[in-house]
Ligand binder design. Structure first.
Ligand code: GRF
Length: 212
């Protein structure tokens, strides 16, 4: 699969969030620090719920926002189609799921498969799902970390773009470990999104080639 970005104009990015939005903020800050050089701009921020700091961050940055709540639709498939429609209104080159805690479905992937990036707080394929930090800790892993990957139709199973490693400390609880993972995760996500946008990419099976 060939990449859409890497042309003269900056790549258009829609970011999806469900919570505090510190990964979104890291992207906003990196783009603001180098608007011409970063190679991408965020054109909208979507969420699956109201009243989250992630949406406040977007509004503060002057970005349009939209909310697609599962409970507003008759079925999961209808929600998925509505989300795909809301995202496509902003004509993104890349969609970034930055702490978006919903699994997208067929309609969304039909439109945005191969250009939707997710960040997960564990070293995939270990500890997929909603409790990656808790599960790594409970398992007794000595290292964990974060994974930035393309989204496919599984739960955190898509082709891996980059990973960052974080050591687990004896005194860690879930919150402390997640906080250290998020520090690494924010840097990694900014670096990956910038490279995808500036250098382009190809997905061949499970391998992602950036800038080749
Ligand atoms: C991140 O660790 C992400 O991987 C996980 O939830 C966290 C979101 O953090 N799914 P934030 O909302 O970007 O602060």
């Amino acid at each position: 699969m060939a990449s859409p970005p890497s042309s003269a104009r900056p790549a258009r990015i829609v970011v999806l969030v469900s919570g505090s939005g510190t990964n979104l903020q890291a992207l906003l800050d990196a783009i603001a620090a180098d608007p011409d050089g970063f190679g991408a701009r965020i054109v909208a921020v979507g969420a699956d719920r109201d009243d989250i700091t992630g949406l406040e961050r977007a509004t503060r940055a002057g970005l349009p926002t939209f909310v697609c709540k599962v409970t507003d639709y008759g079925s999961r498939a209808e929600w998925d189609a509505a989300l795909a429609e809301a995202v496509s209104a902003y004509e993104p080159d890349l969609v970034v799921s930055a702490g978006f805690m919903k699994i997208v479905g067929q309609e969304f992937l039909a439109r945005f498969g191969g250009r939707t990036v997710n960040t997960h707080p564990a070293l995939l394929p270990s500890f997929p799902g909603a409790h990656g930090v808790r599960d790594a800790l409970a398992y007794g892993a000595k290292v964990t970390g974060c994974t930035v990957h393309f989204v496919d139709d599984g739960v955190d199973t898509g082709p891996i773009i980059a990973q960052g490693v974080v050591e687990v400390r004896d005194e860690d609880d879930e919150a402390a470990l997640h906080e250290r993972i998020k520090e690494v995760e924010r840097t990694l996500l900014v670096e990956v999104v910038g490279r995808l946008a500036r250098d382009g990419y190809r997905i061949e099976g499970r391998k992602v080639h950036v800038g080749e």
